[in-house]
Every structure is written in structure tokens, then in C-alpha cells.
Design a protein around this ligand. Sequence first.
Ligand code: ATP
Ligand code: MG
Length: 392
Amino acid sequence: MFQSFLIKYGEIGIKGKNRFLFEDALVKQIKHALKNVDGEFEVFKQQGRIYAEAIGEFDYEEAIEALKKVFGIVGICPVVHVEDEGFEMLSQAVTEYMKKAHPELNQTFKVNARRARKNYPLDSMQINCSMGEKLLEAFPDMKVDVHNPDIMLNIEIREKIYIYSQIIPGPGGMPVGTNGKAMLLLSGGIDSPVAGYMVSKRGVKIDAIYFHAPPYTSERAKQKVVDLAKLVAVYSGPIYLHVINFTDIQLYIYEKCPHEELTIIMRRYMMRIAEHIAKETGSLGLITGESIGQVASQTMQSLAATNEVCTMPVIRPVISFDKQDIVDISQKINTYETSILPFEDCCTIFVAKHPVTKPNINIIKRSEKNLEEKIDELIETAIRTDEVIICD
Ligand code: ATP
Ligand code: MG
């Protein structure tokens, strides 16, 4: 029944030059999202609006599903196109449209005409009145309500005439690419994919980094992280995933530092390496899935100790979320089932029985002095052997 979609987007804060950037980014993301949908689409801006127009047949459900995942879209309006063959034909087409789109035919409505083509013989007020009358005749159980109608029936006169009345909610947020780039520390857990999704929703492009410790962490654990990156990429667009071999660094810390401080020291090196690669690749911040108090390494003291090695902003979108709230989002975005697969993301031999929960930064720094001899070289090797996987 429908031939195109009118895309509604929030307009707060996108005046002037920003408006172009916002709209262009949105057009790009819509094109990307529709690529995998059965059918062919033309996506374009016209008179301050964005349209996705199908060329021929297409899969309607698939198209809606894809558009629902494009950040920046507030509403998706499926549109019917008719040729301009005079008002009588138009009123018949609108009547048919109402029967299909709103089969109950007992609600209140308002006709909202917009004459974008000025040579149309009726002006918008005349179209509103005449079409209103036609519809009241055709559907005696419907009523006009100009203030708060159930159905806002839009009729736009262009080269063709566009009819639409439904608004399917989009995800909101901002188009990816309008707010710079950040590096997501992506583990195989539940929290970090959700964190990546949330930041991406604010228009930030995302790269990811995973610290892999073969043979203590398996190939399947790595594949799980790749799969999670692909699931986040459904929303964020392609993710460049950096896989860092962390084994030698972990073993060296294990050898030289008190075991109860291991997790904190390991986390500090993860942050240092992530920041280094972020700087090299144009990311302006780091993202983690940390949440206060969830585990020993996420007390305020531990967060402070981890944060101390970073100069970039560290974004922690789920910092104050309860686990269940994070689980709810991961189910909504379809990462949960993959996240709970039982492949270890951190080898058990590296986890102390009684990790410090209130690390003292000075003590941690003193322990890190034990690493002076080889750590720089190990970090350099880890960064040099960085494996980049494009997840799309
Ligand atoms: P998640 O569910 O995201 O795995 P978590 O509750 O298991 O988080 P931690 O293991 O303490 O928490 O990790 C905290 C954060 O540190 C993670 O959310 C992630 O951002 C990052 N992180 C942990 N391990 C790794 C890893 N192997 N590679 C990349 N980032 C990691
Ligand atoms: Mg984890």
C-alpha cells in the first residue's frame, strides 16, 4: 500500500549549519540501514524534510524494522502516493486510504493539507474543508476534532500527492557521526555492549577494543566479542574492533604484583592501551560498561584508581544503573543472549580470591614500579600486534 516514508526528526539544537550536518548524517545512516532491506530506496532531503522513497516493490516490515534502528529518527510516517487527477479522484483515494489505514472508522480526525505546489487549484484551507466533508459523508461514525484529533490526516500536494496519517516511533537520539568518535572497551559481558549502544545513540561513532588473553581466553570468547560488536553495529554502523593480545602483560603483572591488586592493575593497563589506540585513531573518549559497586573493581575507590591513568574523558553510561536495568536494555537491543554465552572473558587464574575493594592509588603505583623493567616493551608489542576486525 505504501510507497515511501517521511522521516521525522527532533529539531532541538540543530539550527543553522548544524542542521545540514545533522540531516546529511541522518540521510547517510538511513541509506545504510535500508541497504539490507528487500527493495530499492532513494533517500533524500527536500524542503526541510527527509524522505525514503521505494523504487518499486519492497518489504514493508523489514523497512520499518531497519528504520526503527536509525538514531536521530523520532517518527516514521508511511506515505501513500497518488497522481494528481483532480480533487474528485483525490477524495476517492483518500477514502480508500482511510479504510485501509484506520479500518475502525469511528475516531476523530482532522485534515491537514499542505500545498507545496502552488499551482494546485485549491488552497490548503479549501482542501481541509472539502476533504473533511467528503470523509464525513463516507464515514458517518467519524467526527472532526481540530484541536486533539485521533487521526491527523496529512495531504501534501507536490508533483504527486502524498497521504499519510500514521507515525511509528523511531529510536530518538542523534544520527551517528554528528558527535565525534569514542573507543568502547568491549568485553564479552552484558554491560559494555549496552554502554556502546547508549553512547552511539547520542550520535557518537564507535570503535571498540577487546583485550584477549590466549590461551587463557578461548577463540570462542573472542568470536563472542566479534558477534557482540556486530549486534551493536546494527545500530551504530560498522565498528572497527581492535583485538589486543594481553597475555604477556597479564602474566607479567601476575608474576610481579600482589595478587589482590591484580584486577586493578590490569584494568589500569587496559585503560592506558585503550587511550593510546584511541588517540592514534581519532577517538576523543573512552567508553566502559562499569557500574558502581557491581564488582570489586567497580567500587568508587577502584573506579578512581582506574580513572587515574586516563587523560581522555571516560564515559560510563550505565554507571548508576542496576543490573536489571542494564539487562532490560540488552534484551531490547538483542545483545543479551550472546552476552550470557558461557565463554570466559577473563581467565580465572588471573582473578584473586580476595581482590582489594578499596585500592589506595599510592600503593597501586608502588606495585606498578615492579613492572618497570619490561612493561613498556610489552605494551609496545601489544599495540604493534593489534588485530583490527571490521564488524558490520
Ligand atoms: P561487562 O558486562 O561489560 O563485561 P563486567 O560487569 O563484567 O562488564 P568488568 O569485568 O569489571 O565488568 O569490566 C568493566 C568494564 O571494563 C567492562 O564493562 C568493559 O568496558 C571493560 N573490560 C573488561 N574486560 C575487558 C576486556 N577483556 N576487553 C575490553 N574491555 C574490557
Ligand atoms: Mg566482563
